[in-house]
Design a protein around this ligand. Structure first.
Ligand code: F3S
Length: 390
């Protein structure tokens, strides 16, 4: 790989130990994937924040990097294993909380914004079309590539942190236009009326074409919340971190000759496959974390009602703060639902606490089953509120 003079100096340790270690990671990655150079990044989203995933070895690594490491670009954090202010109410143990706080302190020492969320694009980390970025968290990565038109690979925690500490990433994969072109035309002949349809679309595309890049046709209109649902579902059930929708998403692409068709009955079957037989004891909305529009919809539905099951609304803390001003938070809390800022049902240590979770997220179904061994049910936002209050 060709390094600039400054990059060479960073690699040799002239800018400190954390920068040196970061350059070693980036150069090794670049060499594995055949990158010719590093490119500057404008923003970073670091995943791998939950102490449940990091353990003591991960915490030690971060504390080591925090000794002299400082981020060079705007950097935000993925959800942690708990709500950093309200962890007792969500049933987190003091031992876990202590370790999780240390993880977040280490990130803060490096200059990272510690609002832990998988929707950094709601809190000021919203890159523009064509920008090179380095993001972890598959739903955020897919949203950034597909909906915003920025360019990022699916980074792991150490490589995203290395990009933050150097302001660079190796140029390979989805940073290169030739690797962002559609490979399969997906014709949708079905009614696409809510977020679960878009979640099911990600499920179907993932199952049918694996990690090939789709160009979707047949969708005339949508909302950002629905595109967020597709961005979360597609990489969970498939593998690709970019999609195109004709007339809707901003990237240019060539039209592939391989073609599949998705019909109404495929969507019905997909939803059935994402529904386990079980009695719901936990309802979760906000996977990925809720937008202001979603909070407004939840608050309208919960007004004057009481929830009868554990009900979490996962959201970025700054979005919750804005929602407080509009009165949504008061209405939702008066109904007995709990806000889970900084975390979610997958990264929090919840294994064994619940049996059957209902959510409106197809990604939530995938990871709820896989990571926490929950039985899962997929329903619309309205259906989830109804289940929680009936
Ligand atoms: Fe976000 Fe957790 Fe879902 S990180 S996308 S709420 S699994």
């Amino acid at each position: 790989m060709k390094l600039t003079q400054k990059e060479q100096e960073m690699f040799e340790g002239k800018h400190g130990i954390a920068t040196k270690k970061s350059m070693e990671i980036l150069v090794a990655l670049g060499e594995i994937f055949g990158a010719e150079r590093l490119v500057p990044v404008t923003s970073v989203q670091v995943s791998g924040v939950s102490y449940a995933n990091l353990g003591d070895a991960g915490l030690e690594y971060l504390e080591e990097m925090a000794k002299d490491g400082k981020v060079k670009v705007y950097t935000t954090l993925n959800p942690a294993g708990m709500d950093t202010e309200n962890w007792q109410a969500l049933g987190i143990s003091p031992e876990f909380a202590e370790k999780q706080k240390k993880v977040i302190e280490a990130f803060a020492k490096m200059g990272i914004h510690t609002t832990c969320t998988c929707t950094p694009y709601y809190i000021g980390n919203r890159p523009k079309k064509g920008e090179n970025i380095s993001w972890g968290e598959s739903s955020a990565v897919t949203f950034a590539n597909s909906v915003l038109g920025a360019k990022t690979n699916k980074e792991g925690g150490p490589s995203a942190l290395a990009a933050a500490l150097t302001g660079r990433t190796p140029e390979y994969g989805l940073h290169l236009d030739e690797n962002r072109q559609a490979q399969v035309l997906v014709e949708v002949n079905a009614e696409m009326k809510d977020e679960t349809d878009f979640g099911a679309l990600g499920y179907l595309i993932g199952k049918r074409i694996g990690n090939k890049i789709p160009l979707i046709i047949g969708i005339k209109e949508t909302t950002e919340d629905r595109l967020k649902a597709l961005s979360a579902s597609l990489p969970s059930w498939g593998g690709t971190a970019i999609f195109h929708i004709k007339g809707i998403t901003p990237n240019e692409t060539t039209e592939p000759s391989e073609r599949i068709e998705l019909k109404q009955e495929d969507f019905e079957k997909a939803k059935q496959e994402m529904n386990d037989e079980c009695e719901v004891d936990f309802v979760l909305l906000g996977c990925p974390h809720c937008s202001m529009d979603e909070l407004e919809r939840i608050s309208k539905l919960l007004k004057g009602k009481k929830v009868k099951k554990e009900f979490w609304v996962a959201v970025a803390r700054p979005v919750k703060k804005q929602a407080e001003k509009k009165g949504y938070v008061k209405t939702i809390e008066e109904a007995g639902a709990k806000f889970a800022c900084d975390t979610c049902h997958v990264v929090a240590p919840l294994k064994g606490r619940f049996n059957c979770v209902m959510t409106n997220s197809a990604k939530g179904v995938f990871y709820g089953r896989g990571k926490n061994n929950f039985k899962m049910q997929l329903n619309t936002l309205e259906g989830c509120v109804e289940e929680a209050t009936r």
